[in-house]
Ligand binder design. Structure first.
Ligand code: GLN
Length: 513
């Protein structure tokens, strides 16, 4: 069926090329699906039906003229609400930006448009990308399509849930400590954090500049690679963007899909397994490692001793950078402005205080306080300075490990999706979700999460993380695609076919049963 919205993005592109469907039809089916299920899932903060259909119509006429902009021309996409979009609201999941409509496109968004992908809308997220469950969104949580009482991961739970619920075939996420990979793991989707500097951060509202990276959220590794080819590459508007030619990630994924792992050395990270990891998650992880061995990979265990300090270092560096970044939301230039009650002629400081008090949620305030404390004179060396030293040690662990192996692997997240509300009042328990994903952000290396199967008695998905040296993103696609095809052979198909909350929904027609 050429217009089945359960297809991969690559298959949709093929169907468009074969004239079996049109971009308008595909876009309309996804908008119908959003209308049918998003009251339950709440993956979207803004849906741009009119804009998406207009972009789709343009794609169809380009196709008729034989003037395609990219292999994904005409395939619709959803974008996390932390990337600026001309004429479309960008709230970052925060009250402080409610109603703000940016006057410019993020480079990632500009590249999507230049490649012809209709933008369906903006996806929900933890406020300013702080969180692992999307419960810190000021606009209410997103729900996991596998079980609506559970979290979809965070901060990019909206993008992951939209893709898992077949509301969008592709989405963009951002990953500062795991916000693409961890939602991928708990929703059975693929998420990629590219090498730091591989995808432009221009127009990505900064959480922590030295850690943030935008990347693909998809249902397959090939789809992620195709999307990465569209959004990646040098951008003179981002001073940290890497100025080099990148290989075709699409080709890397296609090569990997043969499943041949001969000559690939895989390192299992000692510190990212064992006690505290959900047994079902570990079972799926070990099975995947065995599949790689059967396919010809050489597997060794590699110790990265400094990784145990990654969380502590991250929760000093991130709040430090975030407290500085969020200072610009001062109620003076744009966004929310609240006048203090009972004060005549309030001063700028009084307006700022009232606006920031009303505009920021608890988690954001917690991190601003932590960050300003860590940076204050007298404490700087003891906290921020120490954290930067740990960061160096983590990078050295990666360097030493990648002298021995081509890729490093671990489970992506320690548990499957937990219940909404379960960890909301316990910040440390929430932070622990990113134990395995944070080291990659601290040293800039690329990583992917590939669904590794259903991990517990509740039938919830788990993720398998593959990390490669900086600039070697092609390896995460090659090994990721290999693992995906080996696992598909074992399960007999795609994991998302087994998503319980979706089973009864007739997704071809876009109706929610
Ligand atoms: N969950 C992590 C945090 O709260 C990661 C967030 C992210 O990657 N944006 O900081």
């Amino acid at each position: 069926m050429s217009t089945d919205i359960r297809q991969t993005a690559a298959a949709m592109a093929d169907a468009l090329a074969a004239g079996e469907t049109t971009s308008v039809e595909l876009t309309r089916l996804h908008l119908d699906r959003i209308a049918a299920v998003d009251t339950d899932v709440h993956a979207f903060l803004h849906v741009d039906a009119e804009g998406a259909l207009a972009q789709a119509a343009e794609s169809d006429s380009r196709r008729a003229r034989g003037e395609l902009l990219s292999p994904l021309d005409g395939v619709p996409i959803a974008v996390k609400d932390v990337l600026t979009t001309t004429g479309l609201p960008t709230t970052c999941g925060s009250r402080i930006l409610e109603g703000w409509v940016p006057p410019y496109d993020a480079t990632v968004v500009a590249r999507l448009k230049a490649a012809g992908l209709p933008i369906l809308g903006k996806t929900n997220m933890d406020e300013f990308a702080m969180g692992s469950s999307t419960e810190h969104s000021a606009y209410g949580p997103t729900r996991n399509p596998w079980d609506l009482d559970r979290i979809p991961g965070g901060s990019g739970g909206g993008s992951a849930a939209a893709v898992a619920a077949f509301e969008a075939p592709l989405a963009i996420g951002t990953d500062t400590g795991g916000s693409i990979r961890q939602p991928g793991a708990v929703t059975g989707t693929v998420g990629v954090k590219p090498t730091y500097g591989g995808v432009s951060r221009y127009g990505l509202v900064a959480l922590a500049n030295s850690l943030d990276q935008a990347g693909p959220v998809t249902r397959t590794v090939l789809d992620a690679a195709m999307l990465h080819d569209v959004i990646g590459g040098h951008d003179p508007r981002d001073s940290t963007s890497i100025d080099q030619e990148w290989p075709s990630f699409t080709e890397a994924a296609r090569r990997g899909a043969t499943g041949d792992m001969t000559g690939v050395k895989v390192g299992v990270i000692t510190e990212l397994a064992g006690d505290g990891w959900q047994p079902g998650v570990m079972t799926r992880f070990t099975e995947s490692v065995e599949l790689l061995v059967e396919a010809g990979a050489e597997v060794v265990e590699v110790s990265c001793p400094s990784f145990v300090h990654a969380m502590a270092a991250y929760y000093l560096i991130l709040p430090a950078e975030a407290s500085s970044n969020l200072a610009k939301f001062d109620a003076m230039r744009y966004g929310l402005r609240v006048l203090p009650e009972g004060v005549d002629n309030p001063s700028a400081e009084e307006v700022m205080r009232a606006s920031r008090d009303a505009g920021f949620g608890d988690e954001v305030k917690r991190r601003i306080i932590l960050g300003t404390y860590a940076l204050s004179s007298g404490y700087y060396d003891a906290y921020y300075g120490q954290a930067q030293k740990v960061r160096t040690l983590i990078s050295r662990d990666f360097e030493a490990a990648f002298e021995q192996v081509d890729v490093l692997v671990s489970p992506t997240a320690p548990t499957t999706a937990f219940k909404l509300g379960e960890k909301l009042d316990d910040p440390i328990a929430m932070y622990l979700n990113d134990l395995a994903t944070i080291p990659a952000n601290l040293s800039g290396v690329p990583g992917i999460s590939v669904p590794s199967g259903l991990a517990d008695e509740d039938g919830l998905p788990a993720g398998f993380q593959i990390l490669a040296p900086a600039l070697a993103d092609e390896r995460v696609y090659r090994v990721g695609a290999a693992l995906e095809s080996l696992l598909a052979a074992r399960w007999g198909g795609s994991l998302l076919d087994r998503a319980p909350a979706l089973e009864s929904a007739d997704v071809t027609e876009g109706t929610h049963a």
